[in-house]
Write a protein that binds this ligand. Structure first.
Ligand SMILES: Nc1ncnc2c1ncn2[C@@H]1O[C@H](COP(=O)(O)OP(=O)(O)O)[C@@H](O)[C@H]1O
Ligand SMILES: [Mg+2]
Length: 307
């Protein structure tokens, strides 16, 4: 029985310390945020956006030069959902002064249940403020906290394209955030390029011209190689001659690298080095395990690797 579990994580964001090869992007995001800029971070799904945001938050908590609030908007369908996600993000904040102020603000607002969802639709409660007002109030809290503590806050809206289908969400957002730049910056992260493009580029939409774009590219080969070697060596294995085949097949796609790396790792016995035979078995298993991962023609040995 092997004493190690596989060191490869491929099913969601990774811990901050495992993020590799993104130093330039992290520095760019930090510089822009410090300067009060709004940024749109675009990359295909599973390219490492949420992991990068987690790392940015982690680094900022350590350095203390900026306070990062990450709000996950995935699956939000209406203004009530948005208010809940903001409140949840504030409630998760660390026990710093900024964190305490935002948690207190969210708790005060949470006593209002603007609507009750039922099988027949949502019903408003008499006397409760409309959800839009609660959302506006939640959006105004970062500025108040930043002013009180004299700190820079970065609010990250992950899976931002969700707001496209929510009536009025972009206007509410803009009405609040456009006056916050001196203390609060915004990072909009998303993966559906055409939806993001519509939100940000259509002149009729309120967020027109508000954000600079930063595209997350493929993971460069060098950090990808070091990452695989480290993961194999720290668990008593050697990626051997399979390493090059793995890097080529992943072609700079971070999650594909981890998924195929995991399969190769499972086909490399402890104390041994992986070879072409192990790679072929690993690749066949990985392809069987998933339909979406990769087109077979993209896996030809010798295909030029990205990075
Ligand atoms: N910088 C990175 N270093 C190492 N692995 C990464 C990196 N970025 C992404 N990954 C891999 O990709 C997977 C998906 O990352 P995630 O942050 O959830 O992507 P996204 O938010 O873009 O969908 C992770 O589980 C990990 O295997
Ligand atoms: Mg994500």
């Amino acid at each position: 029985m092997d004493e190690h579990p596989s060191p490869f994580i491929f099913d969601g964001p990774i811990p901050p310390e495992e993020v590799v090869g993104r130093d330039a992007e992290l520095a760019a995001l930090r510089t822009r945020a410090q300067a009060g800029r709004f940024t749109l971070l675009y990359a295909p799904r599973r390219y490492g956006k949420t992991s990068l945001i987690g790392r940015l938050q982690h680094d900022s908590d350590r350095s203390g030069d900026m306070f990062v609030i990450a709000v996950d908007l995935e699956g939000c369908q209406n203004i009530d959902d948005l208010t809940r996600r903001f409140a949840a993000a504030y409630n998760r904040l660390p026990r710093t002064r900024v964190g305490a102020l935002l948690r207190a603000g969210a708790t005060a607002l949470q006593t209002f249940q603007p609507t009750i969802p039922t099988a027949l639709g949502s019903f408003s409660i008499a006397g409760a403020p409309p959800s839009a007002q609660v959302l506006e109030r939640l959006l105004s809290l970062p500025l108040e906290a930043a002013e009180k503590t004299k700190s820079r806050i970065l609010v990250v809206l992950d899976e931002f394209q969700a707001i496209a289908s929510i009536s009025n969400a972009d206007s509410i957002l803009r009405s609040q955030i456009q006056h916050q730049r001196r203390h609060v910056s915004y990072l909009f992260s998303g993966s559906e390029r055409h939806v993001l493009h519509t939100i940000f580029s259509d002149m009729a939409k309120p967020l027109y011209g508000q954000a600079e774009q930063l595209q997350l590219g493929p993971l460069p080969a060098e950090p990808a190689v070091s990452m695989v070697i480290n993961k194999f060596e720290s668990t008593g294995r050697d990626p051997g001659t399979a390493l090059e085949l793995l890097i080529k097949a992943a072609a700079g796609h971070p999650q594909r690298l981890a998924f195929l790396g995991d399969s190769l790792w499972h086909n490399t016995p402890p104390g041994e080095a992986a070879d072409e035979g192990a790679w072929n078995t690993a690749l066949a298993q990985a392809l069987r395990a998933t339909q979406y991962l990769i087109a077979p023609q993209d896996l030809r040995v010798g295909r030029k690797c990205c990075g």
